[in-house]
Write a protein that binds this ligand. Sequence first.
Ligand code: GTP
Ligand code: MG
Length: 288
Amino acid sequence: MPAPRLALLIPAYNEEARIGPVLVRYADACRASWPGPVRITVVLNGCHDDTLEVVRQAAVGRTDIEWLDFPAPIGKGGALIEGFRHALDQGADIIGFVDADGATPPESFLKLAERCAAGEADCLIGSRWLPDSVLHQRQPRLRRWLSRGFHALVELLFWMGIKDTQCPAKVAQRAALERVLPALHIADLAFDVNLLYALRRAGASVREVPVEWTDQAGSKVSASLGRSCLVMFLSVVRLRLVHSPLYRWLRPLRPIETWLYLSLRAPPPLPRAGGGARTRTPPADSRC
Ligand SMILES: Nc1nc2c(ncn2[C@@H]2O[C@H](COP(=O)(O)OP(=O)(O)OP(=O)(O)O)[C@@H](O)[C@H]2O)c(=O)[nH]1
Ligand SMILES: [Mg+2]
């Protein structure tokens, strides 16, 4: 059997200060240890800084790094949905994503990908809340409390038994993502809950695995904590309602919903994501 093709997606919004070294570290680690073809795709949208130029520079001489740039404000969720579509079109077998800040080291991500390729589960997700998780630098105390509050809310609403839905290191099998893609529509940072709940509803297995983690300076969530929390609260409650019999009665309220998201300066849920990407794609047979 040919070695599996790995696609790593990195959503990026105004990440000029953090993404360059992260991309190089990931590309080097993949080259050193993944047995098959690898493609790292940075998915940008609406950046106001030089992220695109930094990614361009990191990609010089490396055919395994590419980018998609969307003009529409599709958020992290929309960027990942478009990234999934792209990776599936490119024939990836194993598709994962991490944040642009390098909080998860490539070795941890690659362990998840290896276990996923070995068929341990349809989806493997990193967790910072398991006994064997290694936290070199924890999040500030207020972030940790809010994170536990969000976890309690997600448990109450969805009963998934997952300790850390928000750790950004996640990897899934192609077939599982193909099944859930039509059910993905949350554009903001609660996208991960949307993905995990869709996988559960589709009968896919999800396994939580301890990861190494180092909280990084420059968090945009911490910079707008109140607003981020409100948006994520709104999105998970909305997701619960979407999957309840009540939802069809609530449909006329959609314009209010959109207004609420826009007032919170957050990307509204996506009926159909993206469109109009500017892409740079290296030759199809390239690898790390
Ligand atoms: N394409 C795209 N990426 C986004 C958007 N918002 C956030 N991201 C990316 O999604 C990832 C997670 O975002 P955040 O949780 O805000 O990242 P952070 O600033 O590292 O915050 P922490 O949660 O403290 O780590 C990062 O790689 C961001 O650059 C967006 O609107 N569009
Ligand atoms: Mg981060």
